[in-house]
Design a protein. Structure first.
Length: 429
C-alpha cells in the first residue's frame, strides 16, 4: 500500500482560490451529470451536520448553575452529563459508521438526527438529574450516529490535500457553532429558562435532517459493504489492526481531550471561581473559538508547503507547550483571569491545526470503508474523552488546578504519540 498521508501535487494550492476551485470542480462534474458530483453546498451541509456536536455541548454550559438549582443538585452532578454525553458519542458511531457504508450516509444521518431531536425534547421535560444524565446518553447516541457520516462523506468525494482542505473549510464554517452556542444558551436562559435550550436543540436537529434528506448527495463509487455483522466486525478489525492509522486516532483523541477538559470545567472556573457574569461567559468562551478559526485558516495556508501530518505535529507541539505553561502557572499561584484566558485560547485554538489533518491522515488508509474507520476514530476519541471527563469531575478541589493539569497531560501525551508514528519522517505504508 502506498503512503496515503504524504501527498504531492502540481495543482495551484493557493488557499485564496480554495472555495472558487472547489465550486469549479463541482460545476464541471454537474455538467457531466455524474452521480459523484456533490452540490456546491456540500461543505455547508456537512458543517451544519457537524455543528450538532458543538451546539449540544456548548449551548447549555452557561445554564449549568441554573440546571443545578432547578433540579436540586450540585453543579458537579450537572457536569457529569458532559462525560455521559461523551460516552454516548463513543457508542453512536460503532453502528452508524459501518451502516452508513452499507446503506448510505444520508439515511443513517437522518435517522440519527431524528433520534437526537426526540431525546432533546425529553431532556427539556426532565425532573431529576438522574433523568437528565440518562437522556443525555441517548441524545449523544443519536448525535454520534449522525455526525460520524460527515468525515466519511468527505472521503467519498475527495482525497489527499484536497480532502484536508475541504475538512478545513468545513471547520471554518462550523466555528460558528461553538462561537455562538454559549451566547444562544445564555440568551435562551434569560428569556425562557434552561429547558428552552433543549427544545431549540431538538428543533435544530429536525431542520438539519430535512435539509440532508432533500439535498445530501450519495457517492457512486464502490464502498465496502460486507455481510451483516460479520462484515462490520471485519471492517473494524481492519481499522483497529492498522498501527499508523490508530496512532493518528489516539493522538487526535488526546488533543481533543485537552479541549474537553476545559469544556467540562469552564462554567465553574469562569463563573464559579473567577465570578464572571453569565452574560460575559460567552465572550470569554468565544475567544477560544476565534483563536481556533484563526489557526484553522493558517492551517490551510500551511498545507501549501507541508503535508497534513507535519502541520498536525506542529499543532500538537504548540498545544503541549501552552498547556504545560498553563498548568505550571496555576500550580504556582492563582493567575489573573486575563493570563488564564490567553493560555487557554492558545491551547484550545491548536485544534485548528490538529483536527482536520489527523482525520485526513487516519482515513487516507481506508478508501473503501471510511465509514467504519471514522466510526472507530470517533468512538475511540469520545470514549477516552468520556472517561477522562468523569475522572476530572472526581478530582475537583475548588480550583482550576485539576482542569489545567489534565489539559497538560492530554496535550503532552498526544504529542508523544504522533512523534512516535512520524519519527521516520512521515507515516509509513
Amino acid at each position: 500500500m502506498a503512503n496515503t498521508c504524504v501527498f504531492s501535487t502540481d495543482r495551484d494550492n493557493n488557499p485564496i482560490h480554495l472555495l472558487s476551485l472547489y465550486k469549479e470542480r463541482l460545476l464541471i462534474s454537474s455538467e457531466n451529470h455524474t452521480p459523484d458530483a456533490p452540490p456546491a453546498s456540500l461543505a455547508w451541509m456537512l458543517a451544519a451536520l457537524t455543528m450538532l456536536g458543538p451546539f449540544a455541548i456548548d449551548t447549555y454550559l452557561p445554564a449549568q448553575p441554573a440546571i443545578a438549582d432547578a433540579l436540586n443538585t450540585d453543579i458537579h452532578r450537572v457536569e457529569q452529563t458532559m462525560g455521559v454525553y461523551m460516552a454516548g458519542l463513543a457508542a453512536g458511531p460503532v453502528l452508524g459508521g459501518p451502516l452508513s457504508d452499507r446503506y448510505g450516509r444520508k439515511l443513517i444521518a437522518v435517522i440519527g438526527l431524528l433520534f437526537f431531536a426526540l431525546t432533546s425534547f425529553l431532556i427539556a421535560g426532565a425532573q431529576t438529574i438522574e433523568q437528565m444524565i440518562g437522556l443525555r446518553f441517548f441524545q449523544a447516541l443519536g448525535g454520534g450516529f449522525a455526525v460520524v457520516t460527515a468525515a466519511a462523506t468527505v472521503r467519498d468525494f475527495f482525497t489527499g490535500r484536497e480532502a484536508a482542505r475541504v475538512m478545513a473549510l468545513i471547520g471554518i464554517i462550523m466555528m460558528i457553532a461553538p462561537l455562538a452556542a454559549p451566547a444562544i444558551g445564555a440568551a435562551l436562559l434569560q428569556l425562557s429558562g434552561w429547558r428552552s435550550i433543549f427544545y431549540a436543540l431538538g428543533a435544530y436537529a429536525v431542520l438539519v435532517a430535512a435539509l440532508l434528506a432533500w439535498r445530501m448527495p450519495q457517492a457512486r463509487r464502490t464502498i465496502e459493504k460486507g455481510a451483516g455483522l460479520t462484515g462490520v466486525l471485519r471492517s473494524y478489525r481492519k481499522v483497529v489492526g492498522h498501527r499508523q492509522a490508530m496512532a493518528f486516532a489516539v493522538a487526535q483523541a488526546l488533543a481533543a481531550c485537552c479541549m474537553f477538559m476545559f469544556l467540562t470545567e469552564s462554567a465553574y472556573v469562569y463563573i464559579g471561581f473567577y465570578g464572571v457574569e453569565e452574560t460575559t461567559f460567552p465572550l470569554l468562551f468565544g475567544a477560544n473559538i476565534i483563536t481556533m478559526a484563526l489557526f484553522n485558516r493558517i492551517n490551510v495556508r500551511m498545507l501549501n508547503r507541508w503535508e497534513p501530518y507535519q502541520v498536525m505535529r506542529f499543532g500538537l507541539l504548540l498545544q503541549a507547550l501552552s498547556a504545560t505553561v498553563l498548568a505550571l502557572i496555576v500550580w504556582l499561584s492563582v493567575p489573573p483571569l486575563w493570563l488564564l484566558v490567553a493560555l487557554i485560547m492558545v491551547t484550545v485554538g491548536c485544534m485548528g491545526f490538529i483536527m482536520s489533518n489527523s482525520i485526513t491522515c487516519a482515513l487516507s488508509y481506508f478508501p473503501a470503508n471510511s465509514g467504519a474507520a471514522n466510526a472507530v476514530i470517533s468512538t475511540l476519541g469520545f470514549a477516552i474523552a468520556g472517561a477522562l471527563t468523569l475522572l476530572l469531575t472526581t478530582l475537583h478541589d475548588g480550583s482550576p488546578l485539576p482542569m489545567t493539569s489534565m489539559m497538560a497531560a492530554c496535550a503532552v501525551s498526544g504529542l508523544l504519540v504522533v512523534l512516535w508514528v512520524t519519527r521516520a519522517g512521515g507515516p509509513s505504508p
